[in-house]
Ligand binder design. Structure first.
Ligand SMILES: O=C(CO)[C@H](O)[C@H](O)COP(=O)(O)O
Length: 223
């Protein structure tokens, strides 16, 4: 047992038969999907809506029934991970590169629950580099803007050294900010920048956070 596994398994208590469930992305969500697959194997009926190709692949492997976002009108709850969470339950997401689809699914959901291990709890957001999804056309100009603002952007690359490409065929600039003093102001700036498709600041976008600890116990924070 580790913190991610504890949080992922605990989230299964939130699932009721017949629900449509947003399925996040990442190594913590993996444990939730594993637990969900057991329920499906036992005959439990539900529908999943994935936030990434990685999650679609896992869900297919584990025979979790899936529909694309366009084919559902309502998502009862979304279970997703996060890279940092503060005491207001705001956070940074997108370490796994799925921030755009994660935000779309989150916005279409009635309830949103994050599952994290205890290392993700922070006093102030910003130690984790903030992912900003940008269109490939002219991204260097967006990068230059961020450099000018002192945001220390770095183009995310894959293991082969090539620019990382998201499921929506964009690139990611990670902003190495160290700390974010006014997350709302920064989110507003990024929301209005041409060339930026989405950013990893999720402010007021979750109602509950399940935190898993290395000894297997969990803590739940609610707004
Ligand atoms: O935002 C995400 C992917 O875009 C993930 O939820 C986030 O990176 C946490 O991942 P993990 O559970 O592997 O630590």
């Amino acid at each position: 047992m580790n913190g991610k596994q504890a949080a992922g398994q605990k989230a299964i208590d939130e699932i009721k038969e017949g629900m449509t469930i947003g399925l996040g992305t990442g190594s913590t969500v993996y444990y939730f999907l594993e637990a969900l697959a057991e329920k499906v194997a036992d005959g439990f009926e539900l529908t999943g809506v994935a936030t990434s190709q990685k999650t679609i692949d896992l869900a297919k492997e584990w025979r979790i029934p899936m529909l694309p976002l366009n084919e559902v009108t309502k998502i009862d709850v979304t279970i997703d991970g996060a890279d940092e969470v503060d005491s207001q339950l705001s956070g940074i997401k997108g370490g796994g590169g799925a921030l755009l689809y994660e935000k779309l699914v989150a916005k279409a959901s009635d309830r949103r629950i994050w599952i994290v291990d205890s290392s993700k709890k922070v006093e102030q957001l910003g130690t984790f580099p903030l992912p900003v999804e940008v269109v490939p056309f002219g991204w260097k100009h967006v990068e230059a803007y961020f450099t000018g603002k002192g945001y220390h952007p770095k183009l995310r690359c894959s293991a082969d050294g090539q620019p990382y490409v998201t499921d929506a065929h964009h690139n990611i600039l990670d902003l190495h900010l160290q700390s974010i003093t006014n997350a709302e102001e920064l989110a507003n700036e990024l929301d209005h920048l041409t060339g930026v498709v989405e950013h990893g600041l999720f402010i007021g976008m979750t109602e509950k956070v399940i935190i898993g600890y290395p000894d297997g116990h969990t803590e739940t924070l609610e707004r």
